[in-house]
Structures are given as structure tokens and as C-alpha cells.
Design a protein around this ligand. Sequence first.
Ligand code: URA
Length: 241
Amino acid sequence: MRIRLDKYLSDMGRGTRSQMKKEIINGSVSVNGKAVHRPETKIDSEKDKVTFCGESVTYARYEYYMMNKPAGVVSAVSDKRERTVIDLLTDRTRSGLFPAGRLDKDTEGLLLITNDGGLAHRLLSPKKHVDKIYFAKIKGCVTKEDADRFALGVDIGDDSLTLPAKLSICSSGEISEIRLTLREGRFHQVKRMFQAVGKEVIYLKRVQMGGLALDETLRPGEYRRLTEEEVERLCSRERKL
Ligand code: URA
């Protein structure tokens, strides 16, 4: 891919376009061992070797991170009042990253953060019905009748019933533990489905999205890059859907 030098560096998180223009003009950047002073210089992102302040900068068109979202941060790129999941990405990363989908502020668990809009669209499109699996703690005794109702679809106050969902009861009692597989992603869907059967979600965590499972070694707030195998699995599987 051919790309302007200032955009190349700014995409790779080295600073804003205008900062990069200044750095290039001031001689902080070299291409294939030679200082380059023109920000508009076109770079072949696969072949050319770019260094910034003596440090090599390779170009990744798309980046993919898995985060174990903690409670208390919002699934947004920026927010005037709240801390966002992007604020938690403290490593120097490329610009243009966004969370693929939303979890409520108090929900934990799997969040994909990427700059790949095509993949995000395929994962989130209501037409694609990508499975999302949640673990939840519920106030009240979750029963087989609840599972039967979820399997048929419930009225959560929208124009249509929810799509059939699979409810597995891990334990039931005063506080029940469940896993719920949804094929759609409506606003507050898990909480509203339990509300519809007279129960309250007191803890919610997403553990899987399509072919991607949460790495349980990540503590809330931690993240890591997806492995090549995970990216391949996610992209090839969601492409087919
Ligand atoms: N359903 C909810 O109610 N909240 C979430 O964050 C995700 C699914």
C-alpha cells in the first residue's frame, strides 16, 4: 500500500499529522537510511524501511486487541466525563482504534478493539447473527421455565420478540449463575431479558463473540493483541457468515 509519510507515522501512533509534518521537516525521519524532509513523500508500506528518531516503525494496516473490559469504563473512543476503553490502551498504538460493539459501563469481559471497520461491521450487523456468550449472576432462582421462555423468544418491549437464545443454568438458588448465548445485540439485552422473567442481573461478563473467546488470564482492564491464528479464525469465520 502506498501512503504519505506523515500519515504512515501518525497511523502508527507517533503523533498527530501536524506533529509528524514538523518532525519530518526537522529531519527526525529517514526512509531506507536517508533523511526525508517532505511530509508528502509516498511510502510503500510493505517495502520501505522507516525510522523515527532512530527507531524503526513498521506499518500494520489493521490491529486487533482483546480486552477484558473492567466495570466502570465506557465502551467508546472518547467521552467528556467518563474513562473509556481506549484510554486504557496505554501502549503506544496506532490511531483509529475503536471498540467493536458496546458493553454497558458495569459489564465486564470480552471486547474486541480494532481499526478494521469491515470486520467490526460483519461481527455487529444484525443480519449476521454472530453468537455472543455471556456469564451472569442473577438475583433469584433461574429455572428451566426461564430457559424455555428464552428459547422461544421474550417480549422486552421492542417491536419484536428476542430471537431464540440458549440459557444454561450453572447453579440456581438465591443467586443463580448462568451462561446465555444470544444471536443478536439489542440495548441492555441480557438485563432486559431477565427483567422480562422477573429477575435481576447483578453481574455480567461477556466471554465469547463469534469465534473469539476471552483469554481468562487477562485480568479486568488488561488487554493483548490477538494472535495471528485468532485473527485468521475471526476474519475467515465472520467473512463466511
Ligand atoms: N446485555 C446487557 O444487558 N448489557 C451488556 O453490556 C451486554 C449485553
